[in-house]
Design a protein around this ligand. Structure first.
Ligand SMILES: Nc1ncnc2c1ncn2[C@@H]1O[C@H](COP(=O)(O)OP(=O)(O)OP(=O)(O)O)[C@@H](O)[C@H]1O
Ligand SMILES: [Mg+2]
Length: 354
């Protein structure tokens, strides 16, 4: 159509009919922002009488709440073809009736007739959606705070249990009982240390290297008397894992490192313990190696203690398997998570592989 070809009345009426019958809040405006038609939904949503709408100018609608200079300027620019209103957000201020949060879209109908400019203005009331979004955000934040609080409380309670165990260990006469109480104290301290680190990591995921390093520092501080005689090193890659998995891995490291400290270096023997963690896509290997005396070579199976049961149960939970090998000298215990079944060299303690 040429720029001044009059729009046939049928076309104008069609636009009017489409707007009037729309289920969404929509207005049909002319170039002066006079309302030509409004959908029933618009009148209902914004509590404006139908009779009041026709031939009223947009800024004069209702109690004047649509008289927003920036919106008027944008719509006029749209009518002149210089702009388009796309997802324009505004607050409809309605004294006494509560403000509404609106998203507006306006398009000029392409009639090429300057005497019959038509704009379609679609209005979405997103007030309830925004309130729901904010409520959801608030709930998520509150949940995160509660979770942090819970982590801190659990870590504190564990510290208290650990100190009670330590006090009891100091009081008992029997050396065997004292050692059991020291072991229990060390286990609870490790769990407390893991818990503390989880509380510090705000996101759900845990970086394993700093996590294992802090854990081993806490074990070394309480169990290694002479750091020239025994060293404990962590050599983990940049792996990140979930909080659940990291707790299981941390408890396994605790048991294996304590085993090396307790059994591999009798008579103040010098040595090294290393904790390694490597990932390759979904496969990973956690190993604790020492250069101590090696597993007992007595005939028959090595009597398994509580430590073996803990490591076996956690390994099974992680869907991994245990392998125990001589490290010439010493022992290497590996926890392997592999899609391809691994060959496992079994030993009485820490085995059979699960
Ligand atoms: N790194 C190691 N070097 C030498 N011997 C080890 C090593 N790890 C385990 N063992 C042997 O395996 C046995 C079983 O270990 P396990 O952790 O099951 O029990 P424990 O350490 O004796 O007691 P618990 O773990 O219940 O305190 C140990 O008693 C020890 O003889
Ligand atoms: Mg043990």
């Amino acid at each position: 159509m040429a720029p001044h070809t009059p729009v046939p009345p049928a076309v104008l009426n069609l636009a009017l009919a489409v707007v009037a019958s729309s289920n969404a809040p929509v207005l049909l405006l002319d170039g002066d922002l006079t309302v030509i038609a409004a959908s029933t939904s618009f009148c209902r949503t914004f509590q404006i009488e139908r009779e009041q709408v026709a031939d009223s100018s947009l800024p004069a609608l209702g109690g004047g709440e649509w008289d927003v200079p920036q919106l008027t300027a944008l719509l006029k620019a749209t009518a002149s073809g210089f702009a388009e209103v796309e997802n324009y957000e505004m607050e409809l201020v309605r004294p006494g009736r509560g403000n509404r949060c609106l998203v507006l879209n306006a398009k000029k109908l392409d009639y090429a007739d300057d005497n019959n400019i038509r704009l379609i203005l679609a209005v979405s009331d997103v007030t309830d959606a925004r309130i729901a979004e904010k409520l959801k955000d608030d709930l998520v934040k509150e949940k995160a705070i509660l979770l942090q609080e819970l982590h801190h409380r659990v870590a504190n309670s564990l510290q208290i249990i650990a100190s009670v165990l330590m006090q009891s260990a100091r009081k008992v006469q029997s050396e065997e009982t004292r050692n059991h109480l020291f072991d229990a104290h060390q286990r609870v301290m490790s769990v407390a240390s893991l818990q503390q680190q989880l509380a510090a990591s705000r996101a759900g995921d845990v970086q394993l290297r700093p996590y294992f390093t802090t854990l081993c520092e806490s074990i070394a501080a309480s169990m290694i008397r002479d750091h020239d005689q025994l060293s404990l090193e962590v050599r983990a890659d940049e792996s990140i894992t979930t909080a659940d998995t990291s707790v299981s891995l941390g408890l396994i490291v605790t048991e294996l490192v304590i085993n090396a400290l307790k059994h591999a270096f009798p008579d103040n023997r010098r040595g090294k313990i290393a904790v390694d963690y490597k990932t390759n896509t979904s496969n990973w290997t956690l190993s604790v190696t020492d250069d101590g005396v090696g597993m007992p070579t007595q005939p028959g199976p090595v009597p398994a203690g509580l430590g073996t049961s803990i490591v076996q149960a956690l390994t099974k939970q992680l869907g991994a398997s245990i392998s125990v090998a001589g490290a010439n000298p010493g022992t290497k215990v590996s926890i392997v998570h592999a899609h391809v079944p691994v060959l496992v060299s079994q030993s009485a303690a820490l085995g059979p592989a699960v």
